[in-house]
Design a binder for this molecule. Structure first.
Ligand code: FMN
Length: 358
């Protein structure tokens, strides 16, 4: 039986085996604080690839040391890191999945404690590996340090850092690049009027607030060439009156399409504290709306946990792809389980596990 969820999808000549993809998920597991992937990352990503996903996205990876969310984030600002990433892409490819990496700058939400374990409030102090965060404006995220406002030179350095990280990522074997423009990190901070109070060419009008994101996209495309598919992850709304919202997201998404972006990964929130009406598929309407208004392929995310729900989303054309996050942490074999539930004869179930599926 054919199933929409298991139809391959092609982006710029890269055929991806199905429509169940793994979104970026920070592990905060680099205990050495040097940005270099460890055995944990190898095992974690390897198991997700073995579980049958079409594409596995490596977590938000700092394009510069101060672009990390926490000191324990992955980084891609030097060659030693790039070398270590080769093991990850080889492992993901060995299991038949495509490998993506989310290139990120955390902006004013940088130098925070990792999201698990005990830790105090606020930012990580210098003696624990922390640093002074930067942002579009000296406006703090609730409970965090006031960021240093980026100068024009500082903004240019951010673009250069994305270029260098993109080059290293492609050289390390990644098939797809994702630019992190969501969740209240630097590029989203520039987009949203709540975090961007600049009066220069990077603030004010929507064109100006989107300038840095478009510069990053153009610069990365110029660096890596036409072959490499590029995804941009956006928050469709700040969930707050007067903040970033769906109409602005749709406008910027269509510009991104004109600038050669191949897909929008549609998330929401993260820039300011907000009440978010969480529930099954709660962000899907944003993805569908962006798909319809721009004609661009989209990836939907957010509590898509059930095989039939996932199949219906793709079959009805509400999204081109579903991203399964926490459910794939609970069960890295979710795609295999979905195939079984949907009576799809998955040709890439791991052969050594055959007896488990008879
Ligand atoms: C442990 C964890 C880490 C995450 N790290 C990232 C990240 O690095 N980049 C990102 O864009 N989203 C990140 N997210 C958000 C997920 O990619 C996803 O959008 C979110 O979990 C909602 O999908 P789900 O309901 O399927 O989990 C993270 C989520 C979790 C649970």
């Amino acid at each position: 039986m054919t199933r929409a969820l298991f139809d391959p999808l092609t982006l710029r000549g890269l055929e991806i085996r199905n429509r169940i993809w793994i979104p970026p998920m920070c592990q905060y597991a680099v205990d050495a604080q040097d940005g270099i992937p460890t055995d944990w990352h190898l095992m974690h990503l390897g198991s997700l690839a073995r579980g049958g996903a079409g594409l596995v996205t490596v977590e938000a990876t700092g394009v510069s040391p101060e672009g990390r969310i926490s000191p324990e984030d992955l980084g891609l600002w030097n060659d030693e890191q790039a070398q270590a990433f080769r093991r990850l892409t080889a492992m993901i490819h060995s299991q038949g999945a495509a490998a993506a990496i989310q290139l990120a700058h955390a902006g004013r939400k940088a130098s925070t404690w990792r999201a698990w374990g005990d830790h105090p409030e606020g930012n990580v102090p210098a003696e624990r590996g922390g640093w002074q965060p930067v942002g579009p404006s000296p406006r703090a995220y609730d409970g965090l340090a006031v960021p240093t406002e980026l100068t024009a030179e500082g903004i240019a350095d951010v673009v250069v850092a994305f270029i260098a990280a993109a080059r290293r990522a492609v050289n390390a074997g990644f098939d797809v690049l994702e630019i992190h423009g969501a969740h209240g990190y630097l590029l989203h901070e520039f987009l949203s009027p709540l975090s961007n109070g600049r009066t220069d060419a990077y603030g004010g009008s929507l064109e100006n607030r989107a300038r840095l994101l478009l510069e990053v996209v153009d610069a990365v495309r110029a660096e890596v060439g036409e072959q490499v598919p590029m995804i941009v992850r956006l928050s469709a709304t700040d969930w707050v009156q007067g903040g970033w919202d769906l109409p602005q997201t749709e406008a910027v998404s269509s510009w991104l399409g004109e600038h050669g972006v191949d897909m929008i990964s549609v998330s929401s929130g993260g820039n300011v504290p907000a009440e978010i009406p969480v529930g099954p598929g709660y962000q899907l309407p944003f993805a569908t709306s962006i798909k319809e208004s721009t004609g661009l392929p989209v990836a939907a995310v957010g509590m898509i946990d059930d095989p039939f729900q996932a199949e219906q989303i793709v079959a009805l054309g509400q999204s081109d792809v579903v991203l399964v996050g926490r459910e794939s942490l609970r069960d890295p074999n979710f795609p295999i389980r979905a195939a079984e539930a949907l009576r799809y004869d998955m040709p890439y179930k791991p052969a050594p596990y055959e007896r488990a599926y008879r």
